[in-house]
Design a protein around this ligand. Structure first.
Ligand code: NAP
Length: 564
């Protein structure tokens, strides 16, 4: 163990997506010696990778953008209510360039391991040592994980996948060069939020499209539209109110729940509300609805039947319509895929649905896909098969804490954290939007800004006091994890096989059965009030140890390059 050499950085941020971009901005403003390490060739995270046709926000664009800079808010023009991937990536680049952040980012810098090192009795010597895939080794006092929630795509474990002679890719790795689809026979495997976007977009652009569905999902119309100059001017004037609304809603969106009791209004009134919400943009039908739809089986069943009827009205073939209606979970118990002409796609002669719950996929062949019901020939196979959510990105880095204990092992049966931001046994490892934090189940950037602001204030607190080591206490972590579990127990989502409960049929140990408590379900206001209370109490639940030699007065912040 090296204990004498100086650190390369005070803070290393891993990941240059929505979170990493804002985190490095905050650190640069403080003049901290920090860098961002990003595995990809450029910034953008989710919006760098997911270039598949139809990829766009499910949050209203103007609620998704950063809120930290009035100048930025006034300069950027969102062109669509639900902006598309190319525009979103342009936006993140605009932000990075405007604030000069790119120079603090290193690309193609994939972190393969992060090991905590400390010398007993000398807290000043503790450090994180990171190994990069390119062979470099870097040290820092703090590591900030901004590795994304859905950044590890997962493929089916099917025989023969490498033998396919046509083009095939996971939607996350959609090629950067234009993909020629006209006239081609295309397979899409999966019917999650991603597939639902892809299918709606490509149905009329390909030769033949065959959708392989194992379990249907509940989609609802996105109802996207352009934003005119006049509307944008109004949005700019109203930003304060927009962000205030996001801050008080459970999901961090501009949609506020209907606070009337589900059973207190008549069935006719409920249907009238649903008729209206179904035609409104975005998550209105999900989040402007009655609150009981998330917790009360009967309320949820009634809404689910309403949505099922809508699907039957939109899909001409009754058998296909029935296949597209989920039976194993109710509407809204997982993040609702927002769709544009998804159901209508199945009315086209060139679009076919194969129910692989009846005839399972057996293998990939040189020319296509084989199910127990027969062989299908394709030019292209699109895997829209999801992600190793939330903990996947942590599992892919060999993270070792005190005494070399592997985080991957600690989290084998699911994560355990304090506030979703710290982990006992992993001092100075900070997660602005980690598992069990408030970001995962909300409008992501709203959660991110809360997380990054809290983490940055926490670091300032440590630097101002010469504290070199911060670690969540085991009991605080136990209490938080128990609290997160308790909240699952009242939500119907606990019964759904989705990434919110840690289900992924393609990842060993995540197939079925055991719930992983991955997200905090208490909503934004409660989460923010809890983390604010912790900060106000002097960071209760976190064991803070002073450096052996506190920094001299007036030199609290670790500025400049420590290795110089
Ligand atoms: P997903 O919801 O996990 O869906 C994956 C799909 O692939 C499911 O239909 C799954 O079927 C199927 N699948 C997986 N492995 C399979 C296999 N071996 N054989 C057959 N089918 C298989 O993943 P996703 O669609 O990428 O969405 C993930 C999350 O990303 C969403 O919940 C959402 O939060 C986010 N997202 C957001 C947007 C947006 O609008 N901003 C867009 C896309 C995604 P089973 O269910 O049967 O396993």
């Amino acid at each position: 163990m090296t204990t004498t050499s100086k650190l390369d950085y005070e803070v290393i941020v891993i990941g240059a997506g929505v979170c990493g971009i804002y985190q490095i901005k905050r650190l640069m403003d403080l003049g901290v010696n920090a860098t961002v390490l990003e595995a990809a060739p450029d910034l953008g995270g989710t919006w760098y990778w997911n270039r598949y046709p139809g990829a766009r926000f499910d949050s209203e664009s103007y609620t998704y953008g950063y809120s930290f800079s009035e100048e930025l808010l006034q300069e950027w023009h969102w062109k669509e209510r639900f902006s598309s991937q190319p525009e979103n990536l342009k936006y993140l680049n605009f932000v990075a360039d405007k604030f000069g952040l790119r120079g603090h980012m290193q690309f193609n810098a994939k972190v393969v391991s992060a090991h905590f090192e400390e010398d007993a009795g000398n807290d000043d010597s503790s450090r994180w040592r990171l190994q990069l895939e390119d062979g470099r080794e870097l040290t820092s006092r703090f590591v900030i994980m901004s590795v994304g929630l859905l950044s590890i795509p997962t493929l089916p474990r099917l025989e023969g996948m490498e033998s396919f002679k046509g083009e095939s890719f996971h939607t996350f790795y959609w090629p950067h060069n234009p993909v020629e689809m006209a006239g081609k026979k295309v397979a899409v495997i999966g019917t999650g939020a991603t597939a639902i976007q892809v299918i709606g977009e490509i149905a009329d652009k390909v030769g033949e499209l065959t959708v392989f569905q194992r379990r249907p999902n509940w989609g609802a119309p996105l109802n996207n539209s352009a934003i005119s100059d006049d509307e944008m001017a109004q949005i700019r004037e109203g930003y304060d109110a927009i962000f205030a609304t996001c801050a008080r809603t459970p999901g961090g969106f501009e949609h506020e729940p209907d606070r009337r009791g589900f059973w207190e209004v008549s069935r006719a009134e409920r249907v009238a509300l649903w008729d209206q919400l179904y035609d409104e943009p975005g998550f209105a039908i999900w989040l402007r609805n009655f609150r009981e739809i998330f917790t009360d089986e009967d309320a949820n069943a009634e809404l689910s039947e309403y949505i099922a009827e809508r699907i039957r009205q939109r899909v001409e073939d009754p058998d296909t319509a029935e296949k597209l209606i989920p039976r194993d979970h109710g509407f809204g118990v997982q993040r609702v895929p927002m769709e544009t002409h998804y159901y209508e796609a199945f009315n086209r002669d060139n679009v076919h649905l194969v129910d692989i719950s009846e005839t399972p996929l057996e293998r990939v062949t040189e020319t296509g896909l084989e199910t127990t019901g027969g062989h299908y020939e394709f030019d292209m196979i699109v895997y829209a098969t999801g992600f190793d959510a939330l903990t996947g990105a942590y599992d892919r880095i060999d993270i070792r804490g005190v005494d070399g204990v592997r985080l991957r092992e600690q989290w084998r049966d699911g994560p355990s954290t304090y506030l979703g931001m710290l982990v006992h046994g992993y001092p100075n490892l900070i997660m602005p939007s980690g598992p069990q934090s408030g970001s995962a189940s909300t409008n992501y950037p709203r959660g991110i800004e809360n997380g990054v602001n809290w983490c940055t204030s926490f670091l300032e607190y440590l630097w101002e006091r010469g504290i070199g080591r911060a670690e969540a206490s085991q009991s605080a972590q136990g209490d938080w994890t128990e609290h997160v579990k308790q909240m699952y127990s009242v939500m119907l989502m606990r019964k759904a096989k989705s990434w919110f409960t840690g289900y992924n049929s393609n990842v060993e140990g995540h197939e079925e059965g055991k719930i992983r408590y991955l997200v905090y379900n208490g909503g934004t206001p409660k989460y923010v009030s809890r983390i604010t209370e912790v900060a106000a109490g002097g960071y209760t639940g976190i064991v803070l140890s002073s450096r052996s030699a506190p920094p001299p007065a007036g030199e609290h912040y670790p500025q400049g390059h420590a290795a110089d």
